[in-house]
Design a protein around this ligand. Structure first.
Ligand code: GLC
Length: 616
């Protein structure tokens, strides 16, 4: 038996052989010491064989179908929905019963936030995983996950699960054993002396500076500090140990075999530590992700990997794999800079930053796509914009954070600031979409227009638009009395309300309610986007300079997408759009613009086409 074929080689196809080669070459780069490399290769091949044998004929059939249509997730083919299981359906069975709701909205990609066995008590919303192969008992069991996966598949919806790669709960078996002195378990984590930890802190950022200051926690049983970038109960895994990589790949493929079709690789940027750096985006981190990709390509090639790397746009393309690594890392990545850029523009009523971001959008390798979103379960992290703004815009960044975070008199927004490590720092912002845009009652035209503006923007950017649960009903923030807040993990719980079943009924029973208007809008945007906005990626969008600072206007192939980020009406001459004398029609609301002077309403958003009465 040799390491490569495990004694019985089921990986014979050209694609599998390529994946094997890729695995070997990445492992050789990461584990430069011969013994570690050989161990890594042997363990990973063993995992791949076992999981390949376990994979059901039904899932292998799906792999084969995907192989025939390898760009099934590119362009505008998918619309995503992201939610916590308990908030949406109470448990996995409850989610299954809501599949019709997702279908009605037009969703064909469902991201369920962590549902694996989590740490008891506080668990960072399930991101402190105690066992990757068990379902959190309060949310269901394997059978429920499989039947949900099956029902989703039958309805053409892909199931996405988080895979928390960077850390485990301090109650995970590895952590418990490590605490009890087991050396092989201790080798799964990073242990530091007080002096070492202090030195490392000098170049590290703080993710939760108020609720979890510092990156190391003292563990009395070991007399050392363990690395914990996020909460103290989330211990970072040490990937320089090949056993860690093999175990996590095993967990990933075990979940893939239960029907998970997309993995959201949580905190993907943090996987490798290098003293003196901020320990993000290190080359080894990419090689590790390429190993995960090779494992997927070998065993479950229909499965997608999505990088949750909340880093500036310039640092994102490597997560897709560049140059000779094209197509060898993640298939998907979040576009968090554009998300923050949109909020920045709304606060400042100026789109200069967004225009620059779109103009400078890097080309994407084929076989990759962005997730375009406006809200998610996390805060709006403004820091991601820092490298993209100039010094003059720094004050605007602080303004945006204060404006949405409830710290500015006269602001329409009803959000809360997230933690920061100094009063001077720019705080993240929490809140549901309807509260952040200040859509207060059904007929509030400004509020509704801002709602529509932010949503129509993400549907027009040429990636996968993602709706965060509750925004399709314009749900407000979660209750936030002192009693509620005492139960929160942190202020991100402000935008983690439970799905409102009453509002769901309003969609059919009260067509003028806010819930009904929000739902109709999103459904409508998706329908038009699917048939009309077909640019295959964001870098294909072409900014049109109108000379008006509050307007964002771009060509989306033959359509013109136009957004007014200001509270003022504007007059725009069609010559700026190269459409003098032409009638333009807005695809969203069916409005016509006959005159050369177009009146653009406050916060208006239009998807325009040239209207030719003869072939209408
Ligand atoms: C990701 C998640 C976030 C979590 C963190 C630590 O950023 O989106 O909710 O707190 O990882 O797991």
């Amino acid at each position: 038996m040799n390491a490569r074929n495990g004694g019985d080689n089921c990986f014979q196809s050209p694609k599998q052989r390529k994946a094997l080669q890729q695995l070997e070459s990445r492992l050789a780069k990461i584990y430069t010491e011969r013994g570690a490399y050989e161990l890594a290769l042997r363990r990973l091949i063993e995992v791949a064989h076992r999981r390949y044998k376990d994979r059901s004929p039904e899932l292998k059939k799906l792999d084969a179908q995907r192989a025939e249509n390898p760009t099934w997730f590119c362009g505008n083919q998918l619309m995503a929905y992201s939610t916590y299981v308990d908030k949406f359906g109470r448990d996995l069975e409850g989610v299954r019963q809501k599949v019709d709701w997702l279908l009605e909205l037009g969703v064909n990609y469902l991201h369920l936030l962590p549902f694996l066995k989590m740490r008891p008590g506080k668990s960072d919303g399930g991101f402190a995983v105690e066992n990757f192969l068990e379902i959190e008992p309060s949310l269901g069991n394997h059978q429920q996950l499989e039947s949900l996966g099956k029902e989703l598949r039958e309805n053409g919806i892909s199931l996405c699960s988080d895979l928390v790669l960077n850390h485990v709960a301090d109650t995970h078996e590895w952590a418990t054993k490590a605490r009890n002195g087991d050396p092989s378990a201790q080798a799964f984590f990073y242990w530091k002396t007080h002096e070492e930890a202090c030195r490392l802190e000098e170049s590290l950022a703080q993710i939760f500076p108020q609720t979890a200051p510092g990156n190391f926690v003292y563990i009395p049983e070991t007399g050392k500090y363990v690395w914990s970038t996020f909460y103290q109960y989330q211990w970072d895994l040490n990937y320089s140990n090949p056993e860690v990589l093999a175990s996590m790949a095993d967990n990933m493929l075990g979940l893939a075999n239960l029907g998970v079709e997309v993995f959201r690789l949580d905190s993907a940027a943090f996987l490798w530590k290098r003293a003196g750096t901020n320990c993000m985006n290190q080359p080894e981190c990419h090689w590790l992700l390429q190993c995960f990709r090779a494992m997927v390509d070998l065993v479950a090639p229909g499965v997608l990997l999505k990088a949750e790397a909340i880093v500036p746009t310039a640092e994102l393309p490597p997560y897709f794999g560049l140059n000779e690594d094209e197509g060898r890392e993640c298939h998907l990545a979040y576009q968090s800079s554009l998300m923050a850029g949109a909020w920045f523009s709304l606060a400042n009523q100026n789109t200069q930053l967004l225009r620059k971001q779109i103009n400078e959008m890097p080309e994407m390798p084929s076989g990759s796509n962005w997730i375009c979103y406006i809200r998610c379960h996390d805060d709006i992290g403004w820091n991601v914009l820092k490298p993209e703004i100039d010094s003059a815009q720094h004050a605007q960044l602080k303004f945006a954070s204060a404006f949405f975070g409830g710290q500015m008199a006269g602001s329409y927004a009803n959000g809360l600031t997230f933690q920061a490590n100094s009063p001077d720092a720019v705080h993240g912002t929490n809140g549901m979409l309807s509260d952040l845009v200040g859509w207060k009652y059904p007929d509030d035209l400004s509020g509704y227009s801002r709602y529509k503006l932010m949503l129509s923007l993400i549907f027009s950017l040429g990636g996968i638009p993602m709706i965060y649960m509750g925004d399709e009903l314009a749900q407000p923030n979660a209750p936030s009395t002192a009693e509620d807040q005492a139960r929160w993990v942190d202020s991100r719980d402000l935008h983690r309300p439970a799905f409102n079943d009453l509002a769901r009924h309003q969609v059919t029973e009260e067509p003028d309610s806010r819930a009904a208007r929000a739902f109709r809008l999103i459904k409508h945007l998706r329908q038009i986007q699917k048939s009309e906005l077909t640019a295959i990626n964001t870098s294909a969008l072409q900014i049109i300079d109108t000379g008006l600072d509050s307007l964002l206007v771009f060509h989306h192939e033959d359509k013109i997408c136009l957004f007014n980020f200001s509270a003022q009406s504007l007059i725009l001459n069609k010559s700026r759009l190269n459409a003098s004398g032409k009638t333009l029609r807005d695809l969203i609301e069916g409005r016509f613009f006959d005159l050369d002077e177009m009146l653009i309403e406050p916060y208006d958003s239009l998807w325009l086409i040239r209207y030719d009465a003869s072939n209408s």
